[in-house]
Design a protein around this ligand. Structure first.
Ligand code: FO1
Length: 307
């Protein structure tokens, strides 16, 4: 069974790992968000691709959610002491990956090729494709102005309420090689429990990817990132409340109108299923607190085609 997962962010990476643990990992293709990529200290950082890579390689820091376990920060300390760009925390171990990626990009290799090479080097069997090799960047509109994603998220601690989201470059961005073929060959399409606005929407902003999902011939299942209307981490609940007008399952499903057949939602949201329309609710325990919980959530999503 071939599975495609659209994923971004920390929750997405955990879920991807859960799926790759309960099926043949090579049967899974992940389409990763690149809207929150950022250039720091001359390096190209792809946080969401890296969260997925580190999770699949078992190298991720579970508590922090991003970056590598056993990390040290001596380079960052030197950068800060020299008055350099230290607002975005790049650890010593993590830096090695950014150096390799940046050199390859400067040499003209596409992001998808570099990502595949790094995944192989890390022993990752699951296929990880950036949504696009073209430049696509998320901007957040707030009352204080419009900010590049990481400046808003990390630099300003996402304190300004997001009033809108824009994807620079999306109009001309083409899907990375293999993305449309993977969607076409899939038996099941999954949308990870990631922030709909800043993790999944930048993937769907690539027109051909959105169209491929809209024209699917197999089920597409989204997993809600909210539990009891609250985000486990990050600003997804505040963004849904502000932009969609609420945080109930129908507001999450509304972000994927015409693109999903089922929504996996938490038991804590099960009493508010109005307005889902054609979307079938699947109630589950969605908090991925440990390996068992993330695998059970993966099995629940896979149940749509296994049943
Ligand atoms: N998140 C933070 O809150 N602060 C950081 O300094 C930070 C650094 C960082 C470095 C590498 C990386 O792969 C991720 C990093 N993140 C950091 C997480 C990242 O900003 C977010 O998790 C995603 O972009 C949201 O999906």
């Amino acid at each position: 069974m071939k599975i495609v997962i659209l994923s971004g962010g920390v929750g997405g990476a955990r879920f991807v790992r859960g799926v790759a643990e309960v099926v043949e990992p090579a049967d899974v293709t992940v389409i990763g968000n690149v809207g929150d990529d950022v250039e720091v200290l001359g390096m190209h950082v792809s946080p969401d691709l890296d969260s997925i890579l580190y999770a699949l390689a078992g190298l991720n820091d579970e508590a922090r959610g991003w970056g590598r376990s056993g990390e040290t920060w001596q380079t960052l300390e030197t950068v800060a002491a020299l008055g350099g760009e230290a607002w975005f925390s790049l650890g010593d171990r993590d830096l090695g990956l950014h150096l390799v990626r940046t050199q390859a990009l400067h040499a003209g290799q596409p992001l998808s090729a570099v990502t595949a090479r790094i995944a192989t080097a890390l022993g990752v069997q699951t296929r990880l494709l950036p949504a696009t090799d073209d430049r696509l960047r998320t901007w957040i509109d707030t009352a204080a102005g419009e900010f590049p994603f990481q400046e808003w998220f990390v630099g300003r601690g996402h304190r300004d309420e997001a009033e809108g989201v824009r994807f620079e470059g999306a109009e001309s961005a083409q899907p990375a090689p293999g993305v449309l073929e993977a969607i076409d060959a899939a038996n099941l399409l999954l949308i990870a429990p990631s922030n709909p606005y800043v993790s999944v929407e930048p993937i769907l902003a690539v027109t051909a990817i959105r169209e491929a999902l809209a024209q699917r011939r197999v089920p597409c299942v989204a997993i809600s990132p909210l539990i009891g209307g609250r985000a486990v981490k990050g600003p997804a609940d505040r963004m849904l409340a502000r932009i969609a007008g609420g945080t109930s399952p129908r507001h999450v499903a509304g972000c994927y109108a015409g693109l999903i057949d089922s929504l996996v939602l938490d038991e804590a949201d099960a009493d508010d299923l109005d307005g889902l329309g054609e979307v079938r609710p699947i109630v589950a325990h969605t908090l991925m607190s440990d390996a068992g919980a993330r695998r059970r959530l993966a099995e629940t999503a896979l149940g749509v085609v296994r049943a």
